[in-house]
Design a binder for this molecule. Sequence first.
Ligand SMILES: O=P(O)(O)OC[C@H]1O[C@H](OP(=O)(O)OP(=O)(O)O)[C@H](O)[C@@H]1O
Ligand SMILES: NC(=O)CC[C@H](N)C(=O)O
Ligand code: SF4
Ligand SMILES: [Mg+2]
Length: 553
Amino acid sequence: MIVCALVSERTRKYTVRRSRWLTRTRDHSSHFSPLLFRLSLDYLPTLFRDATTEYYTTGLTHECGVFGCIATGEWPSQIDVAQVITLGLVALQHRGQESAGIVTTAGEERGRFFVHKGMGLINNVFNDESMKKLKGNLGIGHTRYSTSAASEEVNCQPFVVHTAHGPLAVAHNGELVNCSALRRWVLARGVGLSTLSDSELITQSLCLNPPDGELDGADWPARIKHLMQLAPLSYSLVIMFGDKIYGVRDPYGNRPLCIGKILPLASHNTSTLTNGGTSGDAEGWVISSESCGFLSIGARYEREVLPGEIVEMTREGVRTVCIVDRPDNKPQAFCIFEYVYFARSDSIFEGQMVYSVRMQCGRMLARETYVEADLVSSVPESGTAAAHGFAQESGIPFGEVLCKNRYVGRTFIQPSTRLRQLGVAKKFGALSENVKGRRIILIDDSIVRGNTIGPIIKLLRDAGAKEVHIRIASPPLKHPCYMGINIPTSEELIANKLSPPLLAKHVGADSLEYLSVDGLVQAVRQNIANKEDANIGHCTACLTGEYPEKLQW
Ligand SMILES: O=P(O)(O)OC[C@H]1O[C@H](OP(=O)(O)OP(=O)(O)O)[C@H](O)[C@@H]1O
Ligand SMILES: NC(=O)CC[C@H](N)C(=O)O
Ligand code: SF4
Ligand SMILES: [Mg+2]
């Protein structure tokens, strides 16, 4: 297979990782199925992933965050564009912590791009000195969790290339499902690529002349449309060229992207998170993976970029260039896990706040999996909204039973399984006075490898809990994602090894149940204004195995 040559080193590392897992499984689980030995296509995307991912032991690792800002009115602008972008990226830090970058420009024809990128968190990458260099009236930024190429400086985003028409910068959230095929296609046209990154591939594809040619300089909308025909998903992009920023969401709307308006300071007392309003003229526009940071930078949420939409942002304002259709009229496929786990709970998608959807998932979970108990509680952080919803619906009071140590950080690079598992326990302490003698329903948003829940149950039992019933506010995760999220291989997902009753036994719970796929979809759509619209759709591939587009090699 062609990919073998490209990824032989990764394959070796992966094979080591995989055989380690198989050995562990044989040693510790009597439920091991020979079927799991099958070398299935579904693990191949992970071959491209950074080798460091093998050390993550809990949860799903996030995706990326993209952000752009353009000042309106007279230039040079009073708005410190670099500062706005930095703060915007800090608000998106939960989406990626490996590296970050910002590119700004004054917006002159063929003008200079100022670039600063580096490994680490936003606060480590940017300081006063680097910020001073990022001059200009518009700019874009990125915070990365790698999916398609190693977590190294060379793959940091935004990517900048010098085209025949001037410099171009691109920031990407997502992962191309046809990355290998597109790579071959682009290479066959005489283009050289310097990395394995699908985001560089997108950048280089934009440098190609569109099929209908160009009359007067580069026709960026035509080039972007061409890219969208070549690559159906998954991407939300911010693209900067000259004095414009383009925002692009793939036709399935798989990854989020929204627009905010920077208002004059006087308008801020009327701030609202809901749709724009008219108070005050815009001092600038921002575009972001999520709306969560808008209020902190003095911006107001305007609207989402629609699936397939290309928006053009200039100093005059924001306009839709066009909306590219999905192939075969398929429904949208917005990632349902943005609601379950990835997004910050104050973000807005499809007209609803993520926190409210998580509460609704908890209500639905209570309807589907009620059990008698004294207390409903949660695994902090992301399980908490669902626990409040469960408590409301069931009438059982909510109370906290766990305290999370925010300084432990990620539970990775630990030398042995025992220490790694302790790593999970080290994150939490039990609030023993709330726990003792109680029957507890403990809600979490998801179970991935199953490393978190067992040690927590043990903590609660040691603190005197009488019963611990686990309720999960999403369905079992069974399939990998190749659209920008690092979901472990099918073999590593605990739901593929243990049914709910066996998993309950394995983790020491009195019972364990998940929300159904229908329940999750209903909870997510309940408050979407046009939910009957045939176009509305959510990707549930990691739960159902039904992918919006097949992976193409
Ligand atoms: O089954 P596992 O592989 O152990 O992973 C599942 C856990 O990982 C996530 O939490 P995480 O600790 O990442 O962060 P959170 O504070 O956002 O909930 C998720 O919310 C679950 O609690
Ligand atoms: N998680 C993401 O969205 C990653 C974007 C891109 N595929 C990269 O690896 O840089
Ligand atoms: S497979 Fe899962 S994580 Fe990936 S885009 Fe679909 S819903 Fe989101
Ligand atoms: Mg959690």
